[in-house]
Design a protein around this ligand. Structure first.
Ligand code: MG
Length: 247
């Protein structure tokens, strides 16, 4: 400990509890596994996980995830999404509470499934995997509702100042940030993961939206012919720079 200030900031850091939620399919790994669509018990269609994200069930239809239970298939055919695997390992290292929340149900061989992530030196003793596919909430409950319920239960167990979710499904992120209503003291950040494994901050809770709108408005109100103080000057300089780059 060098001085009191450093000591205090270390304590503050340790006190900030952060929950980080990772989706699995198309967030941490790609797999060629297909989801069947059944109509009246008969298979009528196969969907990859990207198609599945956007598929709306028609009358009499249901999803069949039986292919997703095959752990060896997962282990053999997955492709890692490297930036997100890295992000997960960073979050473990920082001491954040890291969970995976997947639409899948249980695998037929848990160790083989976990070994897939151990290939990348992820300590799976520190990561619990919640399977929304195990929930018996009736066929009308959507994946995003199930995921929201799982995360809500996690948030009730501890006092998290921040909750972060990485997912390739925008509805999942929308439901996630809507938890703000139930947990007003937690800050919510929804990160959307694209096909290349790049995360962009897609959604923040509404409070932050308001702050952003306010700061946009404030920036526009600055008179650059007569800026006041350091921050206004900096703001005007970056505006100038943008103008120059455009022309
Ligand atoms: Mg996904």
């Amino acid at each position: 400990m060098k001085n009191f200030k450093e000591f205090f900031s270390n304590i503050q850091e340790a006190l900030v509890k952060i929950l980080v939620v990772f989706d699995i399919d198309d967030t941490l790994v790609h797999t060629p596994t297909k989801i069947n669509v059944l109509k009246n018990g008969r298979k009528i269609r196969e969907l990859n996980s990207h198609e599945f994200t956007h598929y709306k069930l028609g009358a009499g239809e249901e999803f069949d995830f039986s292919n997703f239970r095959k752990a060896k298939d997962f282990f053999d055919n997955h492709k890692p999404i490297v930036p997100m695997i890295r992000q997960l390992k960073t979050d473990i290292k920082r001491g954040n509470k890291v969970v995976m929340v997947t639409a899948r149900a249980d695998f037929d061989d848990k160790e083989t499934f976990l070994n897939t992530f151990r290939l990348y030196n992820i300590d799976m003793n520190k990561v619990h995997v919640y399977r929304a596919g195990n929930m018996k909430d009736g066929p009308k409950t959507t994946i995003e509702e199930k995921k929201k319920k799982i995360i809500s239960e996690l948030l009730q167990k501890d006092n998290y100042q921040k909750a972060i979710m990485y997912d390739d499904s925008k509805p999942n992120l929308q439901y996630f940030v809507s938890l703000k209503k139930d947990f007003p003291n937690t800050k919510f950040y929804g990160w959307h993961v694209n096909e290349r494994g790049e995360a962009s901050e897609h959604l923040r809770e509404q409070f932050f939206d308001l702050v952003e709108k306010w700061s946009e408005k404030y920036k526009k109100s600055i008179d650059c012919n007569n800026p006041r103080g350091f921050s206004q000057r900096a703001s005007c300089q970056s505006r100038e720079k943008k103008k120059r780059e455009k022309s």
